[in-house]
Design a protein around this ligand. Structure first.
Ligand code: LFR
Length: 496
């Protein structure tokens, strides 16, 4: 029998998905979670003049379409949750109207802002106050850039909403700042877990636009009468979902022991779950972030450039009339020779280049390596470099926490890339436990089930994931000279 039905939206930088999550119990067996994908849509960055934006109204439209499709398919979800990528936001005026289109985190307005904030506050001081890796796209840099540019929007804004808060607002009319999303702004104090208004003041960021954070799982409110009338549904409650990364970690099938994870999508987040922030000279030097997790946890993690590099190569080939599928790319990468060239995936030149393929080739040329030409060679180079980057980051994480991890949990869309999973196991010399793939959406569903009392807590939710979804184990294969490749990789990191 069906114990509960909920609807989860998970929006990433590349695509959005809607899932029906159903808690089902057959006579005498332990309940299991089932996930049905009911809607999937692309998420595009849009160039407007000198700027790069998200198409927020299209995203709202797709979320509504998801609600409608769920209803048409006969589902009657009890609650809805919307999780999204972090960092980006919209501003509302005093009447509650959206001021402009949210900027995309790769917009160039933040160029040079790290240096300017460092000059004002000092990098060490900023890390101590925020506990976050200084990524150029963090909200703090976006808002600072707007304030420096005397943004009219920022001048009249009354409310600041992260993308997930904004979508929830457009559905319910309720303005909230969800805590785990708020921690990606670099404007929240990691220890007292409240907005850092002194930091805002020193950067001329108006603190009036922020409201006290609410926790993931809290009820935001029902769909507005307008939305219900438009979609022909009853006023379902929208529940605050956690940041997509934090949501994915909720769905990691781990037990009580410390565990390491890789949330693998456009970005790659490698980290471990803690109960308190870890902020000291070493974590500052190794540039680890303390992001807010669901249910009071702290996610100590590092962002790695991720599958973005592969997505961009693929897009470029497509636009040049050489369209190729991910599976074909994987096949060609598998056949390409191993370790013929490596890149540092986190080199900033890969962040937003005009041509990703040219940039990879230039990197290899400049570092005196073989220059990859074929698609297979290029992708092989990226995958091997990512795998080595994971090992490097995992070792840093171990150094920092004093833990030794028996293997790595890998979740997210990128974990469908078998070659990446296999080479990661080889690089770290330990097993990689892959699954579930749709971890963010599952975490979102679990948060809703905890709110309705169908799951007791985080540990219970993770037990449910273990019962419900398979985990594929990749054991390290010793057919490749990983140690030698790792040494080369470290030398490369030291040089650039
Ligand atoms: C992953 C993610 C990361 C964040 C990046 C940009 O989807 O949310 O955690 O660093 O997107 O927002």
């Amino acid at each position: 029998s069906r114990l509960s039905t909920v609807l989860a939206f998970d929006l990433g930088a590349g695509s959005g998905r809607a899932f029906i999550g159903e808690l089902i119990s057959d006579e005498g067996t332990t309940p299991k979670l089932g996930m049905q994908e009911i809607h999937r849509f692309p998420n595009h960055a849009i160039h407007v003049g000198d700027h790069l934006h998200w198409d927020i109204l299209r995203l709202l439209h797709e979320v509504k379409t998801g609600i409608r499709k769920a209803h048409q398919a006969g589902y009657r979800p009890e609650t809805i949750g919307v999780d999204t990528w972090g960092v980006d936001f919209g501003l509302l005026d005093a009447n509650g109207e959206l001021l402009g289109n949210p900027y995309h985190y790769r917009d160039r307005q933040t160029d040079g802002m790290i240096e300017r904030i460092n000059a004002r506050i000092g990098a060490d001081e900023l890390y101590e106050q925020t506990g976050l890796q200084n990524m150029p796209f963090n909200t703090i840099y976006q808002l600072f850039a707007m304030s420096q540019a005397r943004s009219v929007q920022l001048g009249v804004a009354e409310h600041f909403l992260m993308i997930s808060d904004l979508l929830a607002y457009l559905l319910t009319g309720r303005r909230t700042n969800e805590y785990t999303m708020a921690t990606t702004t670099q404007l929240l104090h990691p220890v007292n877990r409240a907005w850092n208004t002194a930091l805002m003041d020193s950067l001329s960021i108006p603190s009036r636009i922020f409201s006290d954070p609410i926790q993931p799982g809290e009820i935001i409110g029902p769909l507005t009468a307008n939305v219900c009338a438009e979609l022909g549904v009853v006023p379902i409650d929208v529940i605050a979902a956690a940041h997509d990364t934090a949501s994915a970690v909720v769905a990691i099938p781990a037990g009580d022991e410390p565990f390491a994870y890789l949330v693998c999508g456009t970005w790659n987040l490698l980290g471990t779950e803690l109960t308190e922030p870890l902020i000291n000279a070493e974590s500052a030097k190794l540039t680890f972030s303390n992001e807010g997790g669901a249910y009071g946890t702290v996610q100590l993690l590092k962002s790695i450039m991720g599958l973005w590099i592969i997505q961009e190569c693929k897009r470029e080939w497509e636009e040049a009339g050489n369209a190729i599928s991910y599976s074909e790319l994987a096949l060609q990468a598998r056949e390409a020779p191993a370790f013929s060239c490596l890149i540092n995936p986190d080199d900033l030149r890969f962040y937003s280049p005009n041509s990703m393929v040219d940039t990879i080739q230039a990197f290899c040329r400049e570092t005196g390596q073989h220059v990859p030409i074929s698609k297979g060679e290029v992708i092989r180079c990226v995958i091997e470099s990512l795998a080595l980057r994971y090992r490097y980051t995992l070792e840093e994480l171990e150094q920092l926490t004093g833990n030794r991890f028996g293997g790595l949990h890998m979740v997210g869309g990128g974990s469908q890339n078998e070659l990446l999973c296999q080479l990661t196991a080889g690089a770290i010399g330990r097993p990689v436990w892959v699954g579930p793939i749709e971890a963010s959406a599952i975490g979102n569903v679990l948060t809703q089930l905890i709110t309705s009392g169908h799951c007791l807590n985080l540990a219970d939710a993770r037990r449910l994931v273990k019962e419900s979804f398979p985990v594929i184990v990749y054991e390290p294969q010793i057919d490749l000279p990983w140690e030698e490749a790792y040494e080369r990789f470290i030398q490369l990191l030291e040089r650039c």
